[in-house]
Design a protein around this ligand. Structure first.
Ligand SMILES: [Zn+2]
Length: 488
């Protein structure tokens, strides 16, 4: 039976690592890339008798996230211990929230490629602590495994969706929307390759017309949108093949390797009761007053949807451009700085989404660490806008800025890249080129009117060469046409 005879159901569990200065239950700093086991203390090492202290900032960030996701905030939430043994979990349990999470039901609207919109319901979001990291062969000394507990106790929000998505496209759109929201609030840096946001994908298939959901599997820890899309496609194919062959899907946890494009079973899926959850005796419930919620509501930053609408209104961008620039908070901020300082929104949008985004993407650098600052790009755009340099020269300037050669003005000066826009000088160059190429001029005059346009390139090439590439091409084009028309 082909795959269109099956209906796919996808639910997501999203781990969002908070950009908190300190850990969830102790004062240890949250850092990335420090030497192993340098940011630890008796609390996050799980020493007997060490008592947790709640991180107030993490609670605030989670409440704000809940509000941005249109979720209900629970006035009372509680802490539970999820018991399991793992080398990177020194306490033997993870402090999390099972019965009473801090954020309740809500929903998020996604937009699909065909322009249609859909609401994806949020089941809840809870706050918990991250585990440490095991370092195996390759990441550590040869033949030895090590444990790094710097990450142990880092605050994490887990956002759990309802199984409302019916395609990989919807799941990716939802994941991107969440990414866009949490980075807009600034509660997460959104660096997926560093694990700041990780996705667990629950997938099941059922024959079209059936009322019962199929058995689902969970593919864990996907850290890119592309891998998520691939993992879902592969898992759907695998489940359909299994069913078609007369087998059945087993509820299990799976891993997807984005480099080898292969998936494998990790373990059979545990139920909540396998973890022997029980209420944490060391932490009091969190009580959130209506006033606190109101206060947070008033401090809510601009949502991505609102920002996109504003970009259309304020800068005259197309819906498409506003959608790309507005959905990513750091990119939006970059674009606005470039626009403010260059006074040209259209060029700022083109360069930010085009040359800059392409280059950052290729080299896997986030816009926050761009070698070309917003101020530098604005400086270059100002020179394009006032006709000092052509678009072609700008590409050279951009390359040089990327390589760290300084500001646009410094590079233009050092390389002698001034564009000639003085019409008197340009007229002279065009006249000289026409005089020196009488055969080309005759050819142009004797060509059918409809085909003349094709002949212009030859003249343009000569003129640009004569001006050492510095003539303003648009102006040259005008002057050239005018002069040729006079000869007809
Ligand atoms: Zn600690």
């Amino acid at each position: 039976m082909p795959s269109f005879n099956y209906i796919l159901t996808v639910g997501l569990e999203v781990h969002v690592q908070l950009t908190s200065k300190s850990k969830m239950f102790c004062g240890c700093p949250v850092t990335y890339g420090s030497d192993p086991n340098t940011n630890v203390c008796p609390v996050c090492l799980g020493f007997p008798g060490a008592l947790p202290v709640l991180n107030r900032g993490a609670i605030g960030g989670t409440l704000l996230t809940g509000l941005m996701l249109n979720c209900k905030i629970n006035p009372v939430s509680k802490w539970d211990r999820k018991n399991y043994f793992y080398p990177d979990l020194p306490k033997g349990y993870q402090t999390t929230q099972l019965e009473k999470p801090i954020v309740g039901r809500g929903q998020v609207e996604i937009q699909l490629a065909d322009g249609s919109k859909k609401n994806i319901r949020i089941h809840h979001a809870h706050l918990e602590e991250d585990a440490g990291k095991s370092l195996h062969d390759g990441n550590f000394r040869h033949g030895v495994s090590g444990i790094d507990l710097n990450r142990a106790g880092t605050p994490l929000i887990e956002i759990v969706s309802e199984p409302d998505m019916i395609s990989a496209e919807e799941a990716v759109a939802f994941a991107k929307k969440l990414h866009s929201i949490v980075t807009s609030i600034g509660i997460c840096d959104g660096e997926m390759s560093q694990g700041s946001m990780r996705f667990d994908v629950n997938v099941s298939v059922k024959p079209r017309g059936s009322d019962t959901l199929g058995t689902r599997t969970e593919t864990k820890n996907l850290n890119s949108f592309k891998f998520m899309e691939e993992a879902i496609a592969k898992e759907v194919e695998r489940q359909i093949d299994l069913i078609e062959d007369g087998g059945s899907v087993i509820q299990e946890t799976r891993l997807y390797n984005g480099d080898t494009k292969t998936a494998r079973s990790m373990r059979s899926k545990e139920e909540a009761n396998d973890y022997r959850y029980f209420p944490c005796p060391d932490l009091l419930p969190v009580i959130v007053s209506d006033e606190t919620i109101e206060q947070l509501r008033r401090s809510m930053p601009e949502l991505p949807d609102a920002r996109q609408a504003r970009f259309v209104e304020q800068y005259g961008l197309s819906e498409y451009d506003a959608g790309i620039l507005g959905s990513d908070a750091p990119m939006a901020a970059y674009f606005e700085t470039v626009t403010d300082q260059s006074g040209n929104a259209k060029l700022a949008a083109n360069w930010t989404m085009g040359e800059l985004a392409g280059r950052l993407n290729n080299e896997d650098i986030s816009i926050g660490k761009s070698p070309v600052s917003a101020e530098q790009l604005a400086g270059m755009i100002a020179r394009i806008a006032d006709n000092s340099i052509s678009g072609k020269m700008a590409k050279q300037v951009f390359e040089a800025m990327w390589a760290g050669e300084g500001s646009a003005d410094e590079i233009i000066e050092a390389r002698g890249l001034k564009q000639v826009s003085d019409s008197g000088a340009l007229e002279q160059i065009v006249a000289d080129v026409l005089a020196a190429n009488q055969a080309m001029v005759d050819d142009y005059i004797n060509t059918d009117e409809a085909k003349r346009k094709k002949k212009l390139g030859g003249f343009m090439g000569q003129i640009m060469k004569a001006s050492k590439g510095q003539a303003n091409p648009q102006q040259v084009n005008q002057i050239l046409l005018q002069k040729l028309n006079e000869l007809l």
